[in-house]
Write a protein that binds this ligand. Sequence first.
Ligand code: GDP
Ligand code: MN
Length: 383
Amino acid sequence: MDLFEYQGKQYFAQYDIPVSPGDVATTVDEAVSAADGAGYPVVVKAQVQVGGRGKAGGIKLAGDADEVRNHAGNILGMDIKGHTVERVWIEQASDIDEEYYASFTLDRAAKAHLLMLSAKGGIDIEEVAATDPDAIVRLHVDPVAGLPAHELAVAVAAAEIPERARAGVVGILTKLYRCYTEGDCDLAEINPLILKPTGEVHALDAKVTLDGNAAFRHPEWERFAGTEVLDDRERLAKEKGLQYIGLDGSVGIIANGAGLAMSTLDVVNQVGGDAANFLDIGGGANADVMAAALEVINTDENVRSIFINIFGGITRGEEVGRGIVEALRRVEIRAPIVIRLDGTNAEEGRQIILDADIAADRLVSKPTMLEAAKTAVAMARGN
Ligand code: GDP
Ligand code: MN
C-alpha cells in the first residue's frame, strides 16, 4: 500500500524522524487554517501518489494567508500525471542549505535490504541516477545482521555528505532503517533529506510503501485504508477478498496458487500475449470464489479473453468444473474463456464443463497450459 506524503511523514514521526509541523486540507479554507496552525511561511504541497510534483507546479511557498488561498486554490483539483489533487499538505517552510537523497528498499536479487544514499538529492535525482550513477552510494544490509553503525558511517562518507551533516544523516538513517524494518515497509524514501542552515537534518518529503502482507501486525494501518488509491478492479477484488493485482494487458487470468498464477503470466507472455491481471483464487475453487473472480475480471474493459488455469490438488477437478459452470450461470461474462484443468479428477471436471449447456466459442477447454495460453492469446487478438 502506497502512502501519501503526509501519511508517510506521520509514519516517520512514529519513528522519531524529524519532519515539519503541518496539516492536511481538502479545501482552501482548511488550507488557510492549517497554515495559521503551522506558522508562516508555509509550503503548500499537492498530495498525489506520483513523483515530480515540484516540477508540475504542485509545490508552492506561501508567505501569508492570501498566498495560501491563491496556491491552494490552484493546486486543489489540479491534474498531475493523471492524478487529480484532492488534498494538500501545508507545512512550515524550511530553509535549505543542501538536499540529499536516502532510501531503503528490498533488493530481491541480492536477498538483502538496500540503502541508497546521495549528496545530490532533490528533484533531479532521476537525472543523477542516469548521468552520474556513482553519486549514489549503495549499501546492502543483511536483514539478520542489521545495519552496523560503522558501515553506515562509511556509506555517509562515501556519498560525500559534508562533515557537518554526517552525524545528523547517520541519526536519521538509523531511524529510517528501523521504520523500514519494524514498520514493515517495502520502500522508505526521503528526497530531499535536507540540511538546514542551523545544521539540523530533516525529512522534507516522504515516500512510503507498506507491505500489505504485514497488515495483520499493524492495526494502526487502518487509518491509511480510507485513502488508499485503488482502481475499480482492485477495489472490487479487495471487497471480495481476492489476491488480485491489476495489469495492463488483455488476457484475464484466474489461477489457483500464487506460483501457478505467476507461471500463467509468464506463459501468456511467452506466447506473445499480455496479462490483464494477476489473480490467485487459492485452494478452494468453488462456485462462489470462481464467480467473484470472474466478476472482477469482467469489470476490466481491456480484457478480450480469460484464461482459467487450475491444478486440482486438495480441490478436486469435479468441484472446479461445477464451480465454473455455476459461476457462468450467475455472471454474464463479456470475454470468451479458455480453461486448462489438470490434477486430481481433472477428467471428471472437464466432462462436467463439456456437458454444461455453454456455447463452445464462449468456453474452450485445452489439455495443456501452453495450448490454453496460445488459444487465449489468439482470442484476445480476435482470431
Ligand atoms: P516532489 O517534487 O514531488 O519530489 O516534491 P518534494 O516534496 O520533494 O519538493 C520538491 C522541491 O520543492 C524540494 O526538493 C525543495 O527544493 C522544494 N521545497 C519543498 N519544501 C520546501 C520548503 O519547505 N522550503 C523550501 N525552500 N523549498 C521546499
Ligand atoms: Mn521529493
